[in-house]
Design a protein around this ligand. Sequence first.
Ligand SMILES: [Zn+2]
Length: 53
Amino acid sequence: MAELALCGRCNRKLKDRKSLGRGFGPVCWQKVKEDKVVGKSEQGSTTGRSEGA
Ligand SMILES: [Zn+2]
């Protein structure tokens, strides 16, 4: 076994091929997906910053 990847979230060793491909364990992958959905609303440059003018 030359490949040894760690979960990008909890740094645990990934032994499943699926997890290795994602870079996250099954549990953390769910969290990552959830985070992505939540962080989506952070996009958009609609800051009510009215400076100057
Ligand atoms: Zn993990």
